[in-house]
Design a protein around this ligand. Structure first.
Ligand SMILES: [Mg+2]
Length: 298
């Protein structure tokens, strides 16, 4: 947006100063160069009003990335926690995100129905989320992978989908969580067959072909003594991020009496932060417990 275009002259102002008029005329001329028409080539990508706007990111070629960086199979808790740290950063740095859900190398961010951030332009939502997430991934890498250097810069693709009702939004999030469950159950058996029974990946794949969830649970239980329901919640359910009030303890330097100068004191203050939960979001219980997420004015 050109600055000069935004200048609005009130009628009474027009008679005040010749200098001002000259300035404005000059400004108007500058804003309307013969090249100005190229702006008309920009597509309108405004997200439909009053709809939930979802941005989903997905790691680019993370199969290779996981191999190169020695991620544990079937789940690497460091990698999942780093993803969540990046998602928390996105929620704190950007505006109007009410809930996020992540699993594997993907994260979804839901913007308020009535957000007017960047005039609801899809490209702005998507690029801000993707770039903030990717830079955070590199920035915080060392906090999670102390002994594993980052070998090359990771990338993430993004997409925007608008959902017209609370039901479609809940179904979207349920779809992602169901996907997490299906993939994790498969991967848990697949890697047990390889790591504990010595099967090759091709043999493990063959063994699992055509099996149902109950069959996979049975293999885990009878062959590996694993009760799938006791596997970590973060792996089975993924991670939900919602805003919650948290008591934060910070150390503050206190002034006042000279004899106590320079001493530090622990101070507790309440702050609203994106808090990770590993719970079911397919059933109604979660939404009944947190009605503010889908609130009409959200
Ligand atoms: Mg991917």
């Amino acid at each position: 947006m050109w600055g000069a275009c935004k200048v609005k002259v009130h009628d009474s102002l027009a008679t005040t100063s010749i200098t001002l008029r000259r300035y404005l005329r000059l400004g108007a001329t500058m804003a309307k160069s013969k090249f100005e028409y190229v702006r008309d080539f920009e597509a309108d990508d405004t997200c439909l009003a009053h709809c939930w706007v979802v941005v989903r990111l997905d790691g680019r070629n993370f199969h290779r990335f996981a191999e190169k960086h020695n991620f544990a199979k079937p789940n690497d808790s460091r990698a999942l926690q780093l993803m969540t740290k990046c998602a928390q950063t996105v929620m704190e740095e950007l505006e109007d995100i009410v809930i996020a859900y992540g699993q594997s190398d993907e994260y979804s961010f839901v913007f308020k129905r009535k957000t007017n951030w960047f005039k609801r332009r899809a490209s702005k939502f998507m690029t801000h989320v993707a770039s903030q997430f990717a830079s955070s991934y590199v920035f915080y890498w060392r906090d999670y992978f102390e002994d594993q250097p980052l070998l090359y810069p990771p990338g993430f693709d993004g997409r925007v989908v608008v959902y017209p009702s609370n039901q479609t939004l809940k179904d979207y999030l349920s779809w992602r969580q169901a996907d997490c469950h299906i993939n994790n159950l498969y991967n848990t058996v697949f890697w047990a067959l390889i790591q504990q029974s010595g099967l090759t990946p091709v043999q493990a794949q063959g063994r699992l072909q055509g099996t149902l969830a109950a069959d996979k649970n049975e293999i885990l239980f009878s062959e590996f003594n694993i009760n799938y329901n006791n596997e970590p919640l973060m792996y089975r359910k993924g991670t939900v991020l919602i805003w919650q009030k948290v008591d934060e303890v910070i150390t503050k330097e206190i002034k006042l009496p000279t004899e106590m100068e320079g001493k530090k004191m622990a101070v507790t203050r309440a702050r609203t932060k994106p808090v990770p939960l590993h719970c079911d979001i397919i059933g109604d219980a979660f939404w009944k417990e947190h009605p503010e997420i889908l609130d009409e004015d959200s």
